[in-house]
Design a binder for this molecule. Structure first.
Ligand SMILES: Nc1ncnc2c1ncn2[C@@H]1O[C@H](COP(=O)(O)OP(=O)(O)OP(=O)(O)O)[C@@H](O)[C@H]1O
Length: 260
């Protein structure tokens, strides 16, 4: 049974309809990446999943026993606040120390528990956010641009950790990222969102960074050209991702790891 099923979901803020007719499923244990241009509704999709936004129409069906862990796009902690990593993770109350340590281990940062939150590097901070999301032992992990601000090795390492978390816990992962060349190596499926689901398919690894940069620099059309479009639906006039299916001959490697 699917962990989550979205049926014909539409979401808006006042008169601004951000998502329309979105249908998708998340299966247990799969890693799914959502790509799409700025403002295409990616964050809104995640926020709808966690119940922070109410859909205007359609349904969100969750399997019984679904537990979601959420790593938000940004979390600001007052740098003058003296608080250790362990204390921060146990803040909600009732969290056993052993569970806290286990989550830190799953996030690959067991050695950071005694550090001050203000002393963490950007990459370490995100690992702590990951540990925080893992504390409740979720079977669905949502990541919203979780590597924003990290350098490429930092991002690659973070996503390898996500794969390790999936291997160790069996949780499904739904993540948003712009770093397609890194993220897609870890993804089973990519969903292209632009208000609606433009298309979805299996990702391919882009081998050469210059090609990646060239494509990424061309905006949405380039970014979305990074994976093969394996769908067979006809595009309607609302789909404006600007991708020419006849010119998708990207150099790609087999699923061996992150791009160089
Ligand atoms: N709380 C809100 N109130 C009103 N409008 C909002 C709110 N949150 C998002 N929007 C609008 O909804 C649209 C989609 O925003 P959303 O953050 O979901 O897109 P996104 O694809 O995640 O964008 P980005 O890639 O820039 O993070 C944007 O036009 C945004 O201005």
């Amino acid at each position: 049974m699917s962990l989550v099923t979205l049926e014909n979901l539409s979401v808006g803020y006042g008169a601004n309809e951000v998502l329309r007719g979105v249908s998708l499923t998340i299966e247990p244990g799969e890693i799914v990446t959502v790509v799409g241009p700025n403002g295409s509704g990616k964050t809104t999709l995640l926020r709808t999943l966690i119940g922070a936004v109410t859909p205007t129409s359609g349904h969100v069906r969750k399997s019984s026993g679904l537990k979601i862990g959420y790593v938000p796009q940004k979390l600001h902690i007052d740098p003058t606040l003296p608080i250790t990593v362990e204390r921060f993770l146990r803040l909600p109350g009732g969290i056993a120390r052993a569970r806290c340590i286990e989550a830190l281990e799953q996030a690959g940062v067991a050695d950071l528990s005694r550090l001050q939150m203000s002393a963490l590097s950007g990459g370490q901070f995100q690992r702590i956010m990951l540990a925080r999301a893992l504390i409740s032992q979720p079977n669905l992990l949502l990541l919203d641009e979780a590597t924003q601000g990290l350098d490429q090795p930092g991002s690659a390492s973070f996503y390898l950790q996500i794969e390790e978390v999936r291997r160790a816990t069996g949780c499904a992962v739904l993540m948003i990222s712009h770093e397609l060349h890194v993220v897609m190596s870890a993804s089973d499926r990519v969903i292209c969102l632009n208000g609606h689901v433009c298309c979805e398919g299996t990702p391919e690894i882009v081998s050469a960074a210059p090609e990646y940069r060239a494509l990424f620099g061309t905006g949405t059309g380039g970014a979305l050209a990074l994976y093969r479009h394996e769908h067979d639906h006809a595009h309607d006039e609302n789909c404006d991702h600007g991708f020419d299916h006849e010119h998708s001959q990207m150099q790609a490697e087999s699923r061996t790891g992150v791009a160089q």
